[in-house]
Write a protein that binds this ligand. Structure first.
Ligand SMILES: [Zn+2]
Length: 402
């Protein structure tokens, strides 16, 4: 690598001076700067790049050009070759280091507790990070023990060291996976607990990781994705959860620990109330049908009820079904809402009227569509103005003529 990867030797150095050796013009007024050495971490190994400043220019992205052996800093404008001061966004870097080191730690914990070695990892600074285990699932006890062990190692505040080793030295170390490179092999060690080849940025002791909490486990085919938070991210989540729970408890006028029992009681009450409401609605529809049947007129020897109804939740069907049970009755219901007409024809078996046939007759002029059975038929169409008065008059005419 022509660019010296200075972050490997000191992950706590966030301000430095370096020489801009090469400038690459990039689209959109941006430019790429290659330094003789950099403390900016370029995306790699599951961890995202650092942001910050080079001189007055914002560093928007940092990546490794493996072929050229260079680290490219993508800047928001032009920069001149020569000496420049670099400043890394401290919070973003720390959050990445906390999650990255927590991932090493948790990976070793799951290996010790469940014999599962991490397959791949994704480190994020502003949302939960994750790693995948080679099993479709894990029992709750093992998961809790792995999380417990990770926090125990955090509280022990063990040193985290990064150092280069020769192949001979490597062969004597209990690394949990072989290096992906054959030279410049760098080991990251959580003192006496975990050894792994890695080129990322890490906390300098486990205490710096802060609290570690597993927040989700989800099956991904034959693998299990474990999502976790640590350090600042864990504090963010704790504050958010604490505030949400506190405001819910205050609204409910109870203690937070009483909320599950309260919700259980309330959902049971809601279930009973919904049940009662359904029964009352059914009763109301039945009464409405009886009233319409009582007001029915005799037309062409048939008992006919007509009604243009205001829009109602659940539509016309429940009332139609109740009307079809009224002895000898043929009923036509209409509803007009937002430029749409709904029509329903309900006929008792002894009414002498075929609901389907009457509906087709009523829809024929407007080009509407619909269908059903001889007892109950429904249809509709779009209309700019309310056509119900004319349609109901047509229904009367048709029934009287028939
Ligand atoms: Zn690492």
């Amino acid at each position: 690598m022509r660019t010296q990867l200075l972050y490997l030797s000191d992950s706590s150095k966030l301000e430095f001076e370096a020489m801009v050796e090469r400038v690459l013009p990039l689209p959109g007024g941006r430019c790429g700067a290659v330094l003789d050495g950099t403390y900016f971490y370029p995306t790699g190994g599951g961890q995202a790049y650092d942001t910050g400043f080079l001189g007055e220019r914002r560093v928007l992205d940092v990546y490794k050009d493996e072929q050229a052996g260079e680290v490219v800093h993508v800047l928001d404008g032009e920069i001149s070759p020569g000496l420049v001061s670099g400043r890394i966004d401290a919070m973003r870097r720390l959050r990445h280091m906390q999650h990255h080191t927590a991932q090493h730690l948790l990976t070793q914990c799951f290996l010790q507790v469940a014999g599962l070695d991490t397959v791949s990892a994704h480190i994020s600074g502003d949302k939960p990070s994750s790693f995948d285990l080679p099993a479709p699932g894990i029992d709750a006890g093992s998961l809790a023990r792995a999380e417990e062990l990770a926090n125990q190692v955090v509280f022990e505040d063990r040193a985290v060291k990064g150092y280069f080793v020769t192949p001979e030295e490597l062969s004597r170390l209990p690394v949990r996976r072989p290096p992906s490179v054959s030279e410049d092999i760098r080991i990251v060690e959580i003192d006496g607990f975990d050894h792994v080849p890695c080129g990322g940025t890490h906390c300098t002791s486990t205490g710096m990781i802060g609290l570690v909490k597993v927040v989700r486990q989800e099956r991904q085919g034959e693998q299990l994705r474990i999502s976790f938070v640590a350090g600042w991210q864990a504090l963010d989540l704790f504050r958010q959860s604490f505030d949400t729970l506190g405001s819910l408890a205050a609204q409910a006028g109870t203690a937070a620990r009483e909320l599950p029992a309260l919700f259980e009681r309330q959902s049971e009450q809601l279930r009973l109330a919904q049940h009662e409401l359904q029964a009352l609605q059914a009763e109301r529809v039945e009464l409405e049908a009886v009233r319409l049947a009582q007001a029915a007129e005799i037309c062409g020897g048939k008992r006919v009820a007509l009604a243009a109804l205001p829009p109602r939740p659940g539509g016309l069907r429940p009332l139609g079904e109740a009307l079809a049970r009224q002895p000898g009755l043929a009923a036509v219901l209409g509803m007009y809402e937002n430029g749409k007409v709904s029509l329903l024809v309900a006929c008792a078996p002894d009414s002498g009227v075929d609901a389907r046939r009457l509906l087709q007759e009523l829809l024929a002029l407007s080009g509407g569509r619909g269908g059903g059975s001889p007892g109950l038929a429904q249809g509709g169409f779009a209309a700019p103005d309310d056509p119900l008065p004319a349609l109901l008059a047509q229904a009367v005419a048709s029934l009287c003529a028939g």
